[in-house]
Design a protein around this ligand. Structure first.
Ligand SMILES: C[S@@+](CC[C@H](N)C(=O)[O-])C[C@H]1O[C@@H](n2cnc3c(N)ncnc32)[C@H](O)[C@@H]1O
Length: 299
């Protein structure tokens, strides 16, 4: 076929190629069109909000052969490597905020970011909310977004992986939050004392069956960031079990834990039948992120 010569045609062509290659989405986009637009606009050095329809539309913007070649090269890397686009371009976006990313940490996509942005957590916080923990910080995105959302808090951001903490360090510096975010290496809560008024945590929680069926894009991410079975379990709760047994120790009296568990609600309820969490509404439904007060943990 002849090379596309307009921006819209290049996005259409790229979306078709992504669909044909049957790549998997879920690392910043959910469909071929959005990923194609991201890939093309990034390749051409255009803003990601460049309109492709409406009165300001750039749909007919000419595409030079050099630009087409740049997009084709990135498309080829995406389809042949099956790595998330974010790893290939070393950048991911969450709630409109850019983050550096590479294979040392997962691509940021936590639903907790939505809850920070839409004010869902405000009800549980107060003037006294001062210290926050981003447990399992990985790339540091939730620590950064928390610090941006609540300008008066300080944030500890911890992870077991020194490699992930290096990525977090880049993001904290990029957003000039070194004075408010402290990066800490800790296995779960072991090295942490608190007291924290808010803990956000997107831990490894994927069960063993799901781990075995992960698409290549997810296999490109560190296994320790996804698998909740690294202590020999199969229900994905290996990290969460000791966390819930100990977390009241590091929560202040007004403290709350906001915990993401993805599609594992059934496993969670099976493992912790005595708990009565509050399920928080996100774009993915109301069974993927839960909230526990310190009081609820003590009962
Ligand atoms: C699902 S990723 C979340 C990363 C980031 N918070 C986000 O939402 O994009 C889980 C993180 O937990 C970390 N992790 C795994 N086991 C851990 C442990 N025992 N203690 C602390 N962190 C751990 C991994 O290194 C990984 O960075």
């Amino acid at each position: 076929m002849t090379a596309p010569t307009t921006l819209l045609a290049l996005v259409q062509h790229t979306a078709q190629a992504l669909e044909q290659a049957q790549v998997h989405f879920g690392h910043g986009t959910t469909n071929a069109w959005d990923e194609a637009a991201w890939l093309v606009l990034h390749s051409l050095g255009l803003p990601l909000d460049t309109p492709l329809e409406g009165s300001e539309s750039q749909a007919n913007r000419p595409v030079t052969p050099v630009e087409y070649a740049a997009a084709a090269t990135l498309l080829g890397a995406r389809t042949s490597s099956r790595k998330p686009l974010a790893y290939l371009i070393k950048q991911a976006w969450l709630q409109g905020v850019p983050f550096y990313v590479d294979e040392r940490s997962i691509v940021p996509r936590s639903l907790i970011a939505e809850l920070l942005a839409d004010g869902s957590l405000d009800y549980w916080l107060s003037e006294s909310t001062q210290r926050v923990l981003d447990l399992c910080t990985g790339n540091g995105s939730l620590a950064v977004l928390t610090a941006m959302t609540y300008p008066d808090v300080v944030v500890d951001a911890s992870d077991l992986s020194p490699e992930a903490l290096e990525v977090a360090r880049i993001n904290v510096a990029q957003h000039q939050l070194q004075s408010r975010i402290t990066l800490l290496q800790s296995d779960g809560l072991h090295a942490l004392t608190g007291p924290y008024d808010l803990i956000v945590c997107n831990p490894p929680y994927v069960n063993a069956d799901s781990m075995a069926a992960l698409p290549a894009e997810y296999q490109a991410e560190p296994a320790m960031a996804l698998s909740g079975n690294l202590q020999g379990g199969a229900d994905g709760m290996d990290f969460i079990r000791p966390l819930l047994a100990d977390v009241a120790r590091v929560l202040s009296p007004i403290g709350v834990l906001v915990l993401e568990i993805g599609h594992e609600r059934a496993y969670f309820e099976n493992a912790f039948p005595e708990l009565n969490p509050i399920w928080l509404e996100t774009s993915a439904g109301s069974d993927q992120v839960l909230l526990l007060t310190r009081d609820a943990l003590n009962t």
